[in-house]
Each structure stands twice: as structure tokens, then as C-alpha cells.
Ligand binder design. Structure first.
Ligand code: NAD
Ligand code: 0WE
Length: 257
């Protein structure tokens, strides 16, 4: 436990279970003394999230499916009542239909394209707009999670790559809007981590072993390492950084062969 973020509050979107990158972020922020609210997407995940969050006393747990605007409204209304203000938002949400994450990208359906963008990209803007009144003038920080598939072709990542490109562009536009109001916005581009969202991804084990062969650090990364970067981006040490993407990928993205 340290006191770096004592008296600060944050909300974390995207905890599903203990392997979630969002949970890695939660542990780092809670360790620094931040009071946290968590959202879960549906009843199927409620118990899993409540059981985990019991490890961090004083936390709020609220339902939020980002495809339902009234649920996002309700989350921020409750945070306003319970916390009164907000210093941090962690956005660690992505979804595409399983069918869209295999085979040729050109077969992406309009519905599949729209859904992936709604959940994985637009939600950052929808959340940031509602967070603004609670965060204004507090030197707050918004952090989202992205992946290299936004700028390079990663087989099967398909429509998620397009959605992550939109997410990263959203980070830049939001940073420009919110900077004058004292709020920073950044993305962390994580290397592959075996989470629920990665389970069932074809050839995932081959991808991670390739990274361990090629990346400068000759290994993969953990959600705790991503969480510590999130801690940096939410705290005073990153006060000069906004609108950017930081890679937590053992250096893999710099390699050309
Ligand atoms: P995860 O499955 O633990 O988290 C994804 C979360 O998205 C889940 O909690 C899920 O409930 C939530 N979600 C899905 N649809 C939603 C909706 N409609 N409304 C609200 N929440 C919804 O997996 P993760 O790997 O921890 O993913 C977190 C973030 O990290 C995602 O943005 C993902 O793209 C990104 N990321 C993951 C990796 C990886 O290899 N695991 C690498 C880089 C970036
Ligand atoms: O962003 C992600 C995960 C995105 C994701 C994964 C799933 C699988 C299950 C979004 N939606 C779904 N929907 C499902 O039904 N990552 C960065 C992890 C990931 O996913 C891949 C990867 C990597 C890496 C998919 C194909 C290729 C590589």
C-alpha cells in the first residue's frame, strides 16, 4: 500500500474475472489508495465481479452494458451521489462477434462492424462525455486499452483492428477537447495476454510463443505490468502526457524481423 492516489476516485469498466486486464489496473490503483467503482456487463458476470471486488473494501459495483445509454447514465449518476467527483476512468472493454474474428476480413457484416465499433470504440466517447462534469478541473486521467492490430495486420483480428484504430483516433480527439479542462486521455497498447477475451482465439498460444522468441524482452507481458502503466498514467508522474499510446508489449512492436 502507498499513498500516491489517496483521496482520489476512479471507475473501472471491463472486469470480468481475475485474469482481466482491468483487474490488473484495479489492483495497481487500489494499492496506491484510490477508491474505486466497478461495472459488470450482465448478470452472468455479476457474482464473479462482486467476489473479486470484495478484496477491495469500500468499492462500488454497478451494472453497465455500454450498448444501453441509460445504463451508462445511471452509472455516472450513482458515482456522483456516492463519490461526488472522479479522477480516473479506465476503459477496458472490447467485443466483436466470434464469427468476425476468423477468416477473411472482407466478409465482415455491417451488423458485426457496427457492434464491434459501438462496444469497442464509441463507448470511450460515450463514457468520457458523462465523466466530464465529475472530472473537470481535477487533473484527471482517462485510460483505454488497445492492441497492435490497429496499425498492423494481425491475422483474424479483423474488424477489431478497425475498431481499435477508431479508438486510438478517439483518444487523440478526446485529449484535444479535454486537455483545456484538465483531463488527460491516453491508451495502453498491451501485448497478448490470456484473458477471457483471448480465450478461444485461434492460434493464441502460437502468437504468444512467437512474441517470446522475437520481443526485445524475450517474453510476454502480464496484466499486472499493464496495471502499473495504468497507475503511471493516472498519477502525477505522467502529468505532461496526453493523447498518446504507450506500448506495454515487451518491445515487440519495434521489431521488423
Ligand atoms: P476481458 O474479457 O477480461 O475483458 C473484456 C471486458 O469487456 C469484459 O469484462 C466484458 O464484460 C466487457 N464487455 C464486453 N462487451 C461489453 C458491453 N457491451 N458493455 C460493457 N462491457 C462489455 O479481456 P481483456 O483482454 O482484459 O480485455 C480488456 C481490454 O484489453 C479490451 O479492450 C481488449 O481489446 C484489450 N486488450 C487485450 C489484449 C489481450 O491480449 N488480452 C491485448 C491488448 C488489448
Ligand atoms: O482485443 C482483444 C480481444 C478482442 C475480442 C475477443 C473476443 C473473443 C471472443 C473481442 N471480442 C471477442 N468476442 C468473442 O466472442 N485482444 C487484443 C486479444 C486478441 O484477440 C484476437 C487476437 C488477440 C491478440 C483475435 C484474433 C487474433 C488475435
Amino acid at each position: 500500500m502507498n499513498t500516491l492516489l489517496e483521496g482520489k476516485t476512479g471507475i473501472i469498466f471491463g472486469v470480468a474475472n481475475k485474469r482481466s486486464i482491468a483487474w490488473g489496473c484495479a489492483k495497481s490503483l487500489a494499492q496506491a489508495g484510490m477508491r474505486l467503482a466497478f461495472t459488470y456487463v450482465d448478470e452472468r458476470l455479476e457474482k464473479s465481479v462482486r467476489d473479486l471486488v470484495a478484496e477491495i473494501p469500500g468499492s462500488l459495483v454497478l451494472p453497465c452494458d455500454v450498448t444501453k445509454p441509460e445504463e451508462i447514465d445511471e452509472v455516472f449518476e450513482t458515482v456522483r451521489e456516492e463519490f461526488g467527483y472522479l479522477d480516473t476512468v479506465v476503459h477496458a472493454i472490447a467485443f466483436a462477434k466470434r464469427d468476425e474474428l476468423q477468416g477473411d476480413f472482407f466478409n465482415t457484416t455491417k451488423d458485426g462492424y457496427m457492434l464491434a465499433h459501438e462496444v469497442s470504440a464509441y463507448s470511450l466517447t460515450a463514457i468520457s462525455r458523462r465523466a466530464l462534469p465529475l472530472m473537470e478541473g481535477r487533473e484527471g486521467s482517462i485510460v483505454t486499452l488497445t492492441y497492435l492490430g490497429s496499425e498492423r495486420v494481425v491475422p483474424n483480428y479483423n474488424v477489431m483492428g478497425i475498431a481499435k484504430a477508431a479508438l486510438e483516433a478517439s483518444v487523440r480527439y478526446l485529449a484535444a477537447d479535454l486537455g483545456p479542462r484538465g483531463i488527460r486521455v491516453n491508451a495502453i497498447s498491451a501485448g497478448p495476454i490470456r484473458t477471457l477475451a483471448a480465450s478461444g482465439v485461434k492460434d493464441f498460444a502460437d502468437m504468444t510463443s512467437h512474441i517470446a522468441d522475437i520481443a526485445p524482452l524475450r517474453r510476454n507481458v502480464t496484466s499486472e505490468e499493464v496495471g502499473d502503466c495504468c497507475l503511471f498514467l493516472c498519477g502525477p508522474h505522467s502529468r505532461g502526457i496526453t493523447g498518446t499510446t504507450i506500448f506495454v508489449d515487451a518491445g515487440f512492436h519495434i521489431m521488423g524481423g
